[in-house]
Design a protein around this ligand. Structure first.
Ligand SMILES: Cc1cc2nc3c(=O)[nH]c(=O)nc-3n(C[C@H](O)[C@H](O)[C@H](O)COP(=O)(O)O)c2cc1C
Length: 327
């Protein structure tokens, strides 16, 4: 049973990718992830806000003791260097510790400074870079065009400066998701990762305050991921990594059948440990054997929406047809 495939143009030994999260910033965990059979790993994102935050903390401190302006510039440069240096070290240590592809992840909220950082990521030996991009479309002054241009500019600029493959991780918050995803896929990116998920909030009705909600995904998010994987699989110009809601070994097979090239998992690793990867690989091989599939290509995309075929179940959205009998 051959479960080898490609991810961002790189050869990998299994279609399971451990996505960006706190676990992937620890080298010992990376070794366990590799041993369990993951095909590749995406490091914890370096956040633009994180650096800006560190810079502004130091700035308030500098204000308090009345530093001169040049000192502020020095602090900004120093802090930025420290955070970036830490991340570069993580890439280097990860590359020394494991032989599976190590993908760096940059969380971009603007399209300027990060571009230069990408070249340092490349020099540090990262096998690829994932752009974890998100603009919450909450600003009433932002048009669809403004939002989409931001993504396009970042990709355009990054592709100009790095030679390593680029993956783009997007959310589903686009008014014309299929058209936009297709547009991005033609910008020379090597992978589209659907979907990123964000910190969620809840409301405590006793204290009437906002609280963080559970950070892990719900198994129910899988259905959205399945649908969009199936819809996008045959219309993009790059492969798809599908993730969000993978909690059982069966979920990985579902996403491959929907047309994913690789499948990303995070919450399941937090909740079940790296055993989840081993169990999923064993399950996948057993299932392939039972169904006489020799390789992933034998069944990948079997249930994807075919081009110009409006009859796929994934395109039906109304409850009525299916649940007419439910009162
Ligand atoms: C604790 C935690 C930290 C995360 N940190 C990041 C991050 O730094 N960058 C990123 O792109 N995604 C991050 N994610 C999102 C995951 O990569 C993934 O997209 C999301 O959890 C959905 O996948 P899942 O259903 O397998 O958990 C994080 C998720 C969790 C639970």
């Amino acid at each position: 049973m051959n479960i080898e495939t490609k991810f961002m143009g790189l050869d990998i030994k299994s279609p399971i990718i451990v996505g960006s999260c706190g676990l992937t910033s620890d080298v010992e965990t990376l070794k366990r992830i590799e041993k369990a059979g993951a095909g590749a790993v995406i490091l914890k994102s370096i956040f633009e806000e994180q650096i800006l935050q560190e810079m502004s903390n130091n700035y308030s401190m500098s204000n308090a003791i009345e530093y001169a302006d040049e000192t502020y510039d020095y602090i900004v440069a120093h802090t930025e260097k420290q955070s970036l240096a830490k991340y570069i070290n993580l890439i280097r240590s990860a590359k020394e510790a494991v032989s599976i592809p190590v993908i760096a992840s940059v969380n971009c909220v603007s399209s300027s400074q990060w571009i230069n950082f990408a070249t340092r990521v490349e020099q540090a030996g990262a096998d690829g870079i994932e752009l974890n991009m998100f603009v919450l479309p909450s600003d009433v002054n932002l048009t669809t065009d403004n939002v989409e241009k931001f993504y396009e500019n970042v990709i355009h600029n990054i592709k100009k400066v790095v030679k390593i493959p680029v993956s783009v991780k997007i959310s589903s918050y686009f008014s014309s998701l299929a058209r936009f995803a297709q547009k991005l896929s033609w910008m020379g990116i090597e992978n589209l990762n659907i979907f990123n998920q964000f910190s969620k909030q809840d409301i405590n009705i006793d204290t009437m305050t906002i609280e963080p909600a559970n950070v892990f995904s719900s198994p129910n998010s899988l259905h959205k991921t399945i649908r969009w994987t199936a819809i996008l699989a045959n219309v993009l110009n790059c492969p798809i990594t599908a993730g969000g809601g993978v909690h059982k070994p069966q979920d990985i097979i579902k996403l491959l059948l929907a047309g994913a090239n690789t499948v990303q998992t995070v919450s399941a690793i937090y909740e079940q440990g790296t055993d989840f990867i081993e169990e999923s690989i064993a399950f996948l091989k057993e299932w392939m054997q039972k169904n006489n599939f020799e390789s992933l290509g034998d069944f990948r995309g079997k249930l994807a929406v075919e081009k110009n075929n409006e009859s796929s179940a994934f395109l039906r959205v109304q409850f009525m047809k299916y649940f007419a009998g439910i009162k």
